[in-house]
Each structure stands twice: as structure tokens, then as C-alpha cells.
Design a protein around this ligand. Structure first.
Ligand code: KIV
Length: 298
């Protein structure tokens, strides 16, 4: 454990807080919405301070930081734990938490109970659920319970065993279906909709058919906003990136180099240096040592 000083909560002044209304205003003013995932305090702090509008604690954390091979095993407790950490860092962005697989599927009552935990116990300002028309009644019930909901259609990773990880909306009929899904979610009270892996043309048509904003990931530039998984953005996944990912930094290379350099310094006796060591105060160092330094116990 290092003696890192955590910044006081008041230290960074929040610019204007992002709310659901801000996202709506952005759509109307045709100002693109920026969104990224974050799963921990230190990353969320950087993302928030960089002025990103929406921070999503995505269930992609199952793969990105927990090492699962899909989002399906992610639990409520894991999502709440990470959402709390992100909440401690966020001052300005709208904080959205993903409801994990199984947490909103059994009954409306259970879904409202679980969503309430995200808002009340973990500090989220909205929850995201996957699905189209089949989730409209649930979105309406959550909205009635004063819980803001972001929808998610197109490729929905929680449906992997039914739909696979495939680009959706690849025919006019499929696009019409997605538009009907998006409009049903909007009518039910969703504040925004994530569109994942659909052709650019579909992204444009769905965006034009809605009053609420679309936030695209692999859905083309016509969406009202864009979201990427933070670990993809900075190359921390170790996986071949999807077509829609643009890597803005190579954190894997940077971190690997730092770790190797550290290990080689320790092995060579070059770390820590005297300047990186604590010393006895002058008076104490002038006293004769009463005993030989003890052997380090393990
Ligand atoms: O879990 C996640 O990170 C997401 C984004 C891909 C939108 O749902």
C-alpha cells in the first residue's frame, strides 16, 4: 500500500453537471455526446476530468477487468462494487450502470429492486438494460419508479447464446425492426439508446426516427454520440479489436515496459536509490546503534 493522498472531493470543480436533459439538448443542438466505460476510481477520475459526458460502468467489465469470457457471469454485487468506486470519482459526467444478465429478467419487481440498488446504494444516475420492444413495459415501470433508463439494441452481448456476436440490422426489414424497438423504448421513457454494431445506414435512420439521443458503438457517425470501452481505447484488452475500435494509446506497451524496467532495476540493486529511502532524523543518526539490525523476518 503506498501513501497516496486522495484528492479531496471538493478539489476539482465540476463544470456543469451532465443530466438526461443535457443529452437531449445536445441532440437538439447537434453537438456530439461523448461516452466511455470506466470500472474503477482512478480511471473514472481521468475520464471525468477529461470532460467525457457519460460514464458507463458496463458489464463489459466482466471481460475487461474480471477475466470472464462473456458478460453473462457478471453479478449484481460485482456491478455494484465497481459502480461505487466509479461514483467516488465522478463529478460531472452522467453515471450509468449496466444491469447484469439475470438482474432484470425474472420479474418487474425484482428488476425495480435491483435498479434501485444501483441508484440508492451505488450512486448511479441511470441504469442500462439490453433489449427492444420486449423490454418496453419494464422501461415504463422503471421510469414510473423514477429510475432513468438507457436502452441498448442492435448487438446485445447478453443475448450471445441466442444471437451470437453479429452485426445486426443488415436488411431493410431488420432496420425497420430496430426502429420499432427504439421507438417503443423511447415511448416507454428511455432517456437514450445505445446502438451496438449496426450498419452506419441503420444508425442514421434510427437516430433520425427518435427524439432521444442514440449513443453508438460500431453504429456509424450519424449517431448523436459515441461510446467505446476504455480498455479498447487504450489497448489494455489483449484481444484483437473489433472493426469499430480506434486505439488512441498503447497502454499495454507502456505498462509492460514500465514493469520490465522496474523488475530489472530491482534485480540490479538500482531500485530503491538512497533518495527513495527514508532516513533516521539527524539526532537519532548521531546516537550509536544499540544493537545490530535484525535479520529481516519473512
Ligand atoms: O458493457 C458495455 O461496455 C457496453 C458498451 C459496449 C456500450 O454495454
Amino acid at each position: 500500500m503506498s501513501l497516496i493522498q486522495l484528492p479531496a472531493r471538493e478539489e476539482s470543480t465540476p463544470a456543469e453537471k451532465v443530466t438526461a436533459q443535457t443529452l437531449l439538448d445536445r441532440k437538439q443542438a447537434r453537438q456530439p455526446i461523448t461516452a466511455l466505460t470506466a470500472y474503477d476510481y482512478s480511471t473514472a477520475r481521468l475520464v471525468d476530468q477529461a470532460g467525457i459526458d457519460v460514464i458507463l460502468v458496463g458489464d463489459s467489465l466482466g471481460m475487461a477487468v474480471l477475466g470472464y469470457d462473456s458478460t453473462l457471469p457478471v453479478t449484481m454485487e460485482e456491478m455494484l462494487h465497481h459502480t461505487r468506486a466509479v461514483h467516488r470519482a465522478v463529478r460531472r459526467a452522467l453515471l450509468v450502470a449496466d444491469m447484469p444478465f439475470g438482474s432484470y429478467h425474472a420479474s418487474t419487481g425484482e428488476a425495480i429492486g435491483n435498479a434501485t440498488r444501483f441508484i440508492k446504494d451505488a450512486g448511479a444516475e441511470a441504469v442500462k438494460i439490453e433489449g427492444g420492444r420486449n423490454r418496453a413495459a419494464l422501461v415504463a415501470a422503471l421510469s414510473q419508479a423514477e429510475i432513468a433508463v438507457v436502452g441498448h439494441i442492435g448487438l446485445t452481448p447478453q443475448s450471445v447464446h441466442r444471437l451470437g456476436y453479429r452485426v445486426q440490422g443488415k436488411s431493410t426489414a431488420a432496420i425497420d425492426d430496430l426502429i420499432a424497438d427504439a421507438q417503443a423504448l423511447e415511448a416507454a421513457g428511455a432517456i437514450a439508446i445505445v446502438l451496438e454494431c449496426v450498419p452506419r445506414e441503420a444508425g442514421g435512420l434510427i437516430t433520425a426516427a427518435l427524439a432521444i439521443p442514440t449513443i453508438g458503438i460500431g453504429a456509424g457517425p450519424e449517431c448523436d454520440g459515441q461510446i467505446l470501452v476504455f480498455h479498447d481505447l487504450v489497448n489494455l484488452t489483449g484481444a484483437t479489436p473489433a472493426k469499430f475500435v480506434r486505439r488512441y494509446a498503447d497502454a499495454s506497451a507502456l505498462f509492460s515496459e514500465a514493469i520490465r524496467h522496474y523488475a530489472s532495476d530491482v534485480r540490479a540493486g538500482a531500485f530503491p536509490a538512497d533518495a527513495e529511502s527514508y532516513h533516521l532524523p539527524r539526532e537519532a543518526s548521531e546516537e550509536p546503534l544499540s544493537r545490530e539490525p535484525q535479520q529481516r523476518s519473512r
